[in-house]
Design a protein around this ligand. Structure first.
Ligand code: PEP
Ligand code: MG
Length: 555
């Protein structure tokens, strides 16, 4: 086929049909890549002549026809004429086309979205002169070392064989770090100059507890770290004794230690760690690693599966929280100057109602199979909460009319993760059934600092006096209005934070599954009275450094 696809021939002979094509497509790509010796087959697919069977030839043809599409071409060219580089123009237009296809009614058209994404990836690899490494099947004990690892790539990693992750960008609460934690993979993010210094093939020890990386370790160092690893594993075994215990303070205040999940399968890990339920199901991960949105039916099956695994324990399902560092190309989010402040999460869902309603209906239908609650992310105004609740009521009415079972009294809660939500927590608490504090974003929005930016990471801490006041206020407003308040941000697992949260009155600590037992253990070491004393002192302190230093001396 490579021969037949020569740009000079201008036609292809397929099963006896002579089809004229390519002159525009190849000329166009030639122009963009500046490469002369391009054949579409070699460039797009790399198929050898023998490999191309009838089916594959159809796919190739489909791709070629898409590339030739005059409208698609002119849209890309328009962007390039306005000064956008070729890579970005291709990305923007292909993503837009993929989104249009993915929203089609019939399955066949929907599937075209993946073709557009294939074309995009191939064109980008070519333009950038790069081959994307295959990360879903790796050699045992591989250490991934990258400039950046986006959540969708992290989610698709070969879990069994990744020994550790190292990246130049990101921080402890970026989604790749959260995913790695949930998968039990040691990770250190934000190492500047990493990819310059550490070359592929180097042996390396990664000590993610202390944040150190040792390239080319000596035998003595390897021995030392093997001993440390054994010690760490022993501590983990000791924690197992907390699996069947309750999350209780030393003086008997009963709390909950729940888990955060990104897939129904993760609920299994929460159960294995004896979690009291799921305080956060990040549903956007169901939307990743695919070319179109999961249907209502697919989502229903996923939520039902998680509910059944949890055997009646509480399951808080957060509606789609895309944007920020979580891009889902086929949803067609425009590139923004300020993605964390932009068109994302509940804002996107309220403007894309069909998508939102299909998710809400899937959650409602699954609520017939367990103790499911709905939670809205990134709430900043009362209007957003009211609008979201209105859609829940509409979905309920639709299901009722269709005679489909669901929990009529399903709770609808608010994720308090913006400064605005914390400030109006007194009002939100009157109309929400529960709160869950998302400290990952709340810290970022309160401190006006990006959670993945190394240069401002010195500001990014939930132990900043301002963030602590936001948290305290949110819990107090919840308690005063008789609704429960949990925390699903990473701070809930922070041993310095836990006494403060006990004292403020937090009732549910939702953390990555591997951290559940440790949180339970830490809670068991505090009495309410001791926690109150420590907290009173902390609230008098005016700097984060002072607070951290003091807490380290008492925990
Ligand atoms: C948070 O912001 O604290 C949170 C739990 O949500 P996410 O990390 O998914 O943004
Ligand atoms: Mg968040």
């Amino acid at each position: 086929l490579a021969g037949i696809f020569s740009p000079d021939s201008g036609s292809i002979d397929l099963n006896g049909h002579s089809i004229s094509l390519l002159s525009i497509g190849v000329g166009f790509i030639r122009e963009m890549t500046g490469r002369e010796n391009i054949t579409l087959s070699g460039m797009l697919l790399g198929f050898s002549e023998e490999q191309v069977k009838e089916k594959e030839a159809e796919i190739v043809l489909g791709h070629i026809l898409m590339i030739q599409d005059p409208y698609m071409q002119s849209e890309i060219e328009k962007l390039m004429d306005s000064g956008v580089c070729a890579e970005s123009a291709i990305t923007q237009i292909c993503d837009r086309f993929a989104m249009i296809f993915s929203q089609a009614e019939d399955e066949l058209t929907k599937e075209r979205a993946s073709d557009v994404s294939d074309i995009k990836n191939d064109l980008l690899s070519l333009l950038l002169g790069k081959e994307s490494p295959e990360l879903s099947s790796l050699a045992p004990d591989s250490v991934i070392c990258a400039k950046d690892l986006v959540p969708s790539v992290t989610a698709g990693l070969d879990r069994e064989h990744v020994a550790a992750i190292l990246t130049e960008t990101g921080g402890a609460t970026s989604h790749s770090a959260i995913l790695a934690r949930a998968m039990g993979i040691p990770a250190i993010l934000g190492i500047s100059g990493l990819t310059e210094t550490l070359k592929s093939g180097t042996s390396v020890i990664v000590d993610a507890q202390n944040g150190s990386v040792l390239p080319n370790p000596s035998d003595a160092e390897i021995q030392k770290y093997r001993a440390l690893q054994a010690e760490y594993n022993e501590k983990k075994r000791e924690l197992a004794s907390f699996t069947d215990k309750k999350a209780k303070t030393a003086d008997g205040v009963l709390l909950e230690a729940a888990g955060n999940i990104g897939s129904p399968e993760d609920a299994q890990a929460v159960m294995q760690n004896g979690g009291d339920g799921v305080g956060l199901f990040r549903t956007e991960f169901l939307f990743m690693e695919r070319e179109s949105a999961p249907s209502e039916e697919e989502q229903f099956e996923a939520y039902k599966k998680a509910a059944l695994i949890l055997k009646g324990k509480s399951l808080i399902i957060r509606t789609l929280d895309i944007g920020g560092d979580k891009d889902i190309p086929y949803l067609g989010l425009e590139k923004e100057e300020n993605p964390f402040m932009g068109f994302r999460a509940i804002r996107y869902c309220l403007k894309n109602r069909e998508l939102f309603k299909s998710q809400i209906k899937a959650i409602l239908r699954a609520s017939a199979f367990g103790d499911i609650k709905i939670m809205f992310p990134l709430i900043t105004t009362m209007d957003e909460l009211r609008e979201g609740k209105k859609l829940v009521a509409e979905c309920k009415a639709d299901l009722r009319n269709m005679g489909i079972n669901f929990n009529e009294n399903i709770q609808v809660g608010v994720m308090v993760e913006t400064a605005s939500a914390a400030v109006i927590a007194d009002m939100l608490a009157k109309e929400a059934d529960f709160f869950s504090i998302g400290t990952n974003d709340l810290t970022g929005y309160t401190m006006a600092c990006d959670r993945g930016n190394n240069d401002v990471s010195y500001l990014y801490s939930p132990l900043q006096p301002s963030v602590l006041r936001m948290i305290k206020r949110t819990i107090e407003c919840g308690v005063q209005n008789g609704i429960s308040v949990g925390m699903c941000g990473e701070a809930a697992a922070n041993k310095l934070m836990i006494p403060l949260l006990i004292s403020f009155g937090l009732t549910e600590f939702s953390v990555s599954a591997p951290s559940v037992l440790n949180v339970r253990k830490i809670i068991s070491t505090w009495t309410k009275e001791e926690a109150d004393k420590v907290t009173a002192k902390v609230l008098e302190m005016s700097t984060q450094q002072e607070i951290v230093q003091y807490l380290k001396s008492v925990v």
